[in-house]
Design a protein around this ligand. Structure first.
Ligand SMILES: *Cc1c(COP(=O)(O)O)cnc(C)c1O
Length: 377
């Protein structure tokens, strides 16, 4: 082969790893500013990212000014104070706690630390995007078990799926985007079906909205009673109202698992204001619970309205609703965007008619419900 031919073949190969060139993109949705600019609107109703519309505890604001004076210094690389606080609240050794720049970052760290090409990850479909993207980035094979027709976890199919060689079982409970919840019995059976060395990752980003239900799986207690390694993911971005600061955490089965994740962690992965704010919100459970109560009450009102309009609404234990519509989700989302309303349309095959709407302030919910009724009728 001549050098020129060899060079031209090289030039046609993408520079990046093949796993990366075929990676699906995470659909982060549009920001308020982007919608304002694109549609020339002033008022935006942002119900696309499952944020807490009431924002964080007032205790965060109380300490905010003082933080500005400390911005010249690097944050504590080990986030010792926050990890100690989390350890206390969760009654766990601090060396089994790891914090991330959002729990998203911990999902990536799990993939980087544990997955080699061709290893198999079991999750659900539809799933939180990164549960699929991060494993695929490492060349792992993702087996996503579809939800049932009733928009619940297909526990029997999941049990069957984990009986084939499985390196990681990873899913969110309650689920995002579906909203469904797995019971303790079902989780127990699922874990019992996993290979003895499988890593079990339960993403509890929405646990605060589900934990009042006695049937909601207490993953921590169930996982502690068995020998497989495990990681529970939690975040300050949802019920705690700190999405902008990017901070979440993992509880792990052992200090060894935490140390493994720590070895792929960026040294200063969480910033100082985020660490301080997370400590402040963690100390104000009453505020968080009040937000959850208001959101759950609003959610029930939203569900009732949508059902009365003839929509199929997936049963939900979260701060959002997953709704099947007659229109294509993309088209519906664009029509709402033109009115300044941001929701999340699903694009995955088989779910192109589903939209996810976060529960906002009562007046925001009224706006989206009115718009939906007008559009679809
Ligand atoms: C929102 C969300 C996260 C990410 O939370 P961050 O801490 O903001 O990165 C993780 N998992 C699920 C299922 C989520 O919905």
């Amino acid at each position: 082969m001549s050098d020129t031919v060899a060079l031209s073949i090289l030039a046609r190969q993408p520079l990046c790893r093949p796993e990366v060139s075929g990676l699906p993109r995470y659909n982060a949705g549009l920001s308020e500013d982007e919608v304002r600019r694109r549609y020339g609107l002033k008022n935006i109703v942002k119900l696309g990212s499952n944020e807490n519309p009431y924002g964080p505890s007032p205790r965060v604001k109380a300490g905010w000014d003082e933080l500005a004076g400390r911005l010249g210094r690097y944050p504590d690389a080990g986030a010792a104070t926050l990890r100690t606080d989390i350890a206390k609240v969760c009654d766990i050794a601090h060396d089994r706690v790891l914090v991330g720049n959002g729990s998203e970052q911990i999902i990536r760290m799990i993939a980087e630390a544990y997955l080699s090409p061709q290893e198999r990850v079991v999750t659900v479909r539809p799933a939180f995007g990164l549960h699929e993207i991060c494993p695929r980035m490492m060349g792992a094979v993702v087996d996503a078990v579809p939800i049932t027709d009733q928009a619940t976890f297909d526990c029997a199919a999941m049990q069957e799926a984990v009986q084939r060689p499985t390196k990681i079982l990873m899913f969110a409970n309650p689920s995002n985007p579906v909203g469904c919840m797995m019971t303790g019995d079902a989780l127990q059976d699922l874990i019992d079906s996993c290979p003895p060395h499988a890593l079990i990752v339960v993403d509890e980003a929405y646990r605060e909205y589900a934990e009042q239900d006695p049937d909601y799986a207490d993953a921590r207690t169930i996982l502690e009673k068995q020998t497989r390694p495990w990681i529970i993911l939690r975040t300050f971005s949802k019920a705690y109202g700190l999405a902008a600061l990017r901070i979440g955490y993992a509880l792990t089965s052992s200090a060894e698992v935490a140390a493994t994740l720590d070895s792929v962690r960026d040294p200063f992965n969480t910033n100082m204001p985020a660490q301080v704010a997370a400590c402040a919100t963690l100390a104000d459970t009453a505020y968080m619970q009040d937000c959850v109560r208001k959101t759950v009450a609003e959610r029930e009102r939203v569900v009732q309205f949508l059902v009365a309009q003839g929509f199929f609404v997936a049963p939900t234990w979260t701060n959002f609703v997953f709704v099947r519509t007659l229109m294509k989700a993309d088209k519906l989302a664009t029509a709402l965007l033109e009115q300044g309303i941001i929701i999340k349309p699903w694009k995955e095959a088989g779910f192109e008619n589903w939209i996810r709407i976060s529960i906002g302030l009562p007046e925001e919910n009224n706006i989206v419900l009115r718009a939906l009724a007008d559009l679809v009728l």
